[in-house]
Design a protein around this ligand. Structure first.
Ligand SMILES: Cc1cc2nc3c(=O)[nH]c(=O)nc-3n(C[C@H](O)[C@H](O)[C@H](O)COP(=O)(O)O)c2cc1C
Length: 372
């Protein structure tokens, strides 16, 4: 499985389609900073432009395709043709600095804010609240709502293409709607969309397939479609590594262009089976068996860590928080310099961090290493 020519700073062609100048990716990160009408704000454009000069590819903050899918205040919207100019400005900001641009699309499901919902109720697979105190109890989606949601993801392909993006990433991770359908905790349906593992897979699979069909129908063969997943849940019942391995085995045979694991630490071991000392990423690679490129992520704060991640045979290395701390990290590593290692409030403006994102960083304990 050893990959040749895998220096982090060498060019890399993603699934033989999209040439990237190196193997670094900016991980998708929500900024809470869009305009009230759902368009991307000037502050966000500057934030992206600043971070697009070093990495090979930028995956945007997640966006939503239907009003029931909105997850955050200040989230930009992609579910309507009127958003096309806003989306174009975003892809252009990223391209202007030489990075490729991938639009991440999601539906928040029960993690939406009920006050943002048209009828005050969030939607999910089943009427079950999440585990946090603030979590609301959603309404079970009807079959019509399921079909409409699948269709809203389908429309993202052509819209993202026309907005100048090089691809989309379907967000199946981090406990949002796709994961809520896959999880035996949040999905307790007993129709075709829940129950057995095969039925819990059905909703994310239907979304993936709808997007792949749309790409084919519109003749967009070079347009990238990736999929992000979280490997486990610590709830009981919850998604196990065994479930994930079966799902990944199935989607590795589809026409997706890459898979993107979501981990807080790339060397993480199982949170459900603490006796198992193997890295999750090893299980996943053994399942994929080189059928798909894999993006790895999670607490990469040094070039040595990035190299260690590459040793797990990942194709691309994604950085999130380190790029909030220092947007020029990649260039500095390439030049043998040391980037900043903590978030300094006084560097907010020189790093082009939007106000709302700054507030989240400052107010969330133990999230981003910080000083000042
Ligand atoms: C401020 C912030 C916002 C995030 N928003 C998203 C998001 O919109 N979509 C997503 O898939 N992951 C999101 N994540 C998770 C990151 O993509 C990444 O997986 C995580 O931060 C671990 O990588 P890191 O240690 O390099 O930061 C977010 C993380 C942070 C810090």
């Amino acid at each position: 499985m050893t990959k040749l020519n895998n220096d982090l700073f060498d060019e890399y062609k993603l699934n033989n389609k999209l040439l990237l100048r190196n193997r670094f990716v900016m991980a998708p990160m929500t900024t809470w900073s869009a305009n009230n009408d759902g368009t991307v704000s000037d502050d966000e454009l500057k934030y992206y432009e600043f971070r697009s000069s070093g990495v090979g590819m930028v995956i945007t903050a997640t966006t939503y395709m239907s009003s029931s899918g909105k997850g955050f205040s200040g989230q930009f919207y992609a579910g309507d043709e009127s958003m096309l100019p806003s989306l174009k400005r975003l892809s252009e900001a990223i391209h202007s600095q030489g990075a490729k641009a991938i639009l991440q699309v999601f539906h928040a499901g029960r993690k939406a804010n009920p006050s943002d919902m048209p009828d005050g109720k969030t939607l999910s697979a089943s009427p079950i609240a999440g585990k946090r105190e603030i979590d609301n109890t959603p309404r079970e989606m009807t079959i019509t709502e399921i079909q409409k949601t699948i269709n809203s993801f389908k429309t993202s392909v052509d819209r993202a293409y026309r907005a100048g993006f090089d691809g989309i990433e379907i967000h199946g991770a981090n406990t949002y709607l796709l994961q809520q359908f896959f999880s035996p905790h949040s999905n307790q349906r007993n129709d075709d969309w829940g129950g057995s593992l095969e039925k819990r897979m059905r909703f994310p699979l239907a979304i993936i397939k709808a997007c792949l069909v749309e790409r084919e129908e519109k003749n967009l063969e070079n347009f990238i479609i990736g999929y992000r997943f979280s490997p486990e849940e610590n709830s009981e019942p919850g998604i196990s590594l065994e479930d994930t391995v079966k799902f990944i085995d199935v989607i590795s045979d589809l026409d997706l262009d890459y898979l993107h694991i979501s981990l807080n630490d790339f060397e993480q071991t199982s949170i459900r089976n603490q006796k198992d000392t193997r890295r999750i990423i090893e299980f996943i690679q053994e399942t994929i068996k080189s059928r798909k490129p894999l993006i790895g992520v999670g607490s990469i704060y040094s070039i040595d860590a990035a190299k260690r991640l590459l040793d797990y045979n990942v194709d691309l290395v994604a950085l999130g928080r380190q790029l909030l701390i220092d947007g020029k990290t990649i260039e500095k590593w390439q030049n043998g310099e040391t980037p900043f290692s903590c978030y300094y409030s006084e560097r907010k403006n020189s790093e082009f961090i939007p106000d709302q994102l700054h507030d989240e960083i400052i107010n969330t304990e133990n999230w981003v290493p910080k000083k000042g």
